[in-house]
Design a protein around this ligand. Structure first.
Ligand code: UDP
Length: 535
């Protein structure tokens, strides 16, 4: 493999001279370590010390130049998980003159993206923390193209789904362990370090109980475009034909104990074929192929549900939760399904019947065993009807409950489906427009006083500029009227481009008036400049 960076492909002597003369150059985006991505020329890595090295020379640039704040706590997060103290990136500094005394560097000629995978054994983490952030970080920097080299520094081996990472570029990704085989000092000619967090929607509960991120910046559109990219790279075709329901099962733990009964009930209720898949029984690409054509995906809560991003628009996601687990508190897949533009229906079912659960107190702690706990604590857990809110990742009560097997009570299961799912043709969903109105133009007000206690306020405006190029089903306008000095306002929704207000309008008073356009009930435009209207 060491031939891969055959040093004849680059002008070795020229590269060495450049490194010695110019040293390392770094320019970053982001004000904080949590939103920073850095681009480097000649960032080096010492495989013996397991440290990145920044070589100072007269031409070096280090922006931001943080001084010792670079260690408070770090220059940047190497994974997409925010501020995780095992995922920090930093480098050591050396004068470029020290190169004379160091092993001959091996140059990596490819444009490289250096990052940590967060948990490459878990499919949810692979997609949410790694694949999506890598894909969109590569979109952000045009030289991170299909020829880019990915370098994973978290120190894990390939993991169960390494093939998925291979789809992101035409070059084989490198693991930290492999870097040693290239030499003692590696220098990345051009590299980016860190990952965009723009695409993540879930926080795992390191500092507060898990839940959707506070400020989600991704929509279904970006998820679906990423999913289409993967589908294309996986070379899977669309499953044409009849409607069917997929039950995604787990085979080693968190089992559905009456799977056959569940399949039969689904088939009867929806008059559809049912299919089961599992990560243990099918290759990943054939699972994606099946899910791409499915009308409904039913599964126990778990990482395999991340595949719901491959469902067609209009499909339903049905997530099952074991006994004593509150679905509202574990919502990575609900949040995904509910992103605007994902166009998926989401339903959660939970087992509320203790007699339908099978517990495993004797298992190792990481599979939910509790026999290692004090007797009292074990008894408390066994008597509890709901896992209280908790932090990640080793809460024994949570692990105990989430690794239970479940006999799904068919009656209550079908009941929540009937209550929540819109039945008629799940697959006929259309892509809703996401074009927002521009500002209304030329807003004007006119006033008149009728009597000492009677006045009128007429407001008119022109349509937003972009409307004349659009076919919009419903165009409405929202007008806010505030009496100057008051801190409340009256909102009105209006169908036309003018309106005369007379109720609640007082003579000899100043009103502030805001107008905006609304497409199809929920696409809000910006307000036009405020009108100051004196009666
Ligand atoms: N997994 C699986 N079948 C099983 C148990 C686990 O395919 O019976 C997969 C699961 O989808 C995930 C990985 O193994 O990708 C780790 O599962 P774990 O239970 O640790 O995580 P969770 O699914 O709760 O996120």
């Amino acid at each position: 493999q060491s031939q891969e960076f055959s040093q004849v492909r680059i002008d070795y002597h020229g590269a060495l001279l450049a490194l010695q003369e110019h040293g390392t150059r770094m320019v970053c985006t982001g004000k904080m370590h949590t939103d920073r991505i850095c681009r480097f020329d000649y960032l080096c890595y010492c495989t013996e010390a397991e440290e990145f090295v920044f070589f100072h020379s007269n031409a070096s640039v280090m922006l931001p130049n943080l001084g010792p704040r670079r260690f408070q706590p770090a220059l940047l997060d190497l994974s997409s998980v925010e501020d995780h103290n095992t995922q920090y990136f930093n480098f050591l500094e050396l004068p470029a003159a020290a190169l004379k005394f160091m092993p001959k560097p091996v140059f990596v000629p490819d444009v490289t993206l250096i990052l940590n995978r967060f948990n490459p054994d878990n499919l949810m983490h692979i997609f949410h923390d790694d694949l999506l952030p890598i894909y969109y970080t590569m979109q952000q920097y045009s030289d991170l193209d299909d020829e880019a080299r990915l370098v994973f520094m978290e120190g894990w081996s390939e993991g169960a789904h390494f093939d998925l990472y291979r789809l992101l570029s035409s070059k084989q990704p490198l693991l930290k362990e492999q870097l040693k085989t290239f030499g003692k000092l590696m220098c990345f000619t051009k590299s980016y370090v860190g990952l965009s967090k723009m695409t993540t929607w879930y926080q795992y509960g390191f500092v507060q109980p898990q839940g959707p991120k506070a400020n989600i910046l991704i929509s279904g559109n970006e998820i679906r475009q990423f999913a289409s990219f993967l589908v294309e790279r996986l070379n899977v075709t669309r499953e044409e034909g009849d409607d069917y329901i997929v039950v995604f099962k787990r085979t080693t733990n968190r089992l559905i104990l009456n799977e056959a009964e569940l399949l039969l009930a689904l088939a009867q209720e929806f008059q559809m074929r049912t299919v089961t898949v599992s990560l243990e029984e099918q290759p990943f690409d054939s699972i994606i192929q099946i899910i791409r054509g499915a009308t409904m995906l039913v599964s126990m809560h778990g990482a395999q549900m991340i595949t719901s991003m491959f469902l067609p628009r209009g499909a339903a996601v049905v997530e099952l939760f074991p006994y004593a687990i509150n679905p509202e508190q574990y919502t990575p897949y609900k949040t995904l399904a509910s992103l605007p533009g994902m166009d998926l229906q989401y339903v959660a079912w939970r087992n509320t019947m203790e007699e339908n659960t099978v517990t495993y107190p004797d298992r190792p702690w990481d599979q939910g065993g509790i026999v290692h706990l004090e007797k009292e604590e074990q008894e408390r857990i066994l008597a509890s009807k709901e896992v209280p809110r908790h932090l990640c990742c080793r809460n024994p009560e949570w692990l105990f409950r989430i690794y239970q097997d479940t006999t799904v009570d068919i009656a209550s299961f079908l009941e929540v489906l009937r209550e929540t799912l819109k039945k008629p043709n799940l697959k006929k969903a259309k892509v809703a427009s996401t074009v927002h109105p521009g500002r209304v133009r030329e807003p004007k007000c006119q006033t008149s006083v009728q009597a000492t206690n009677e006045a009128k306020l007429s407001v008119s405006w022109q349509i937003p500029w972009n409307l004349k190029y659009l076919k919009v089903k419903e165009v409405k306008y929202e007008v806010w009227i505030q009496e100057q000095g008051e801190n409340t306002y009256m909102p009105y929704i209006l169908p036309h481009q003018n309106y005369t207000f007379s109720e609640n309008i007082k003579p000899f008073t100043t009103y502030l008036v805001w107008v905006r356009c609304i497409f199809n009930k929920n696409l809000l435009g910006p307000f036009a400049d405020v009108l100051i209207c004196k009666t």
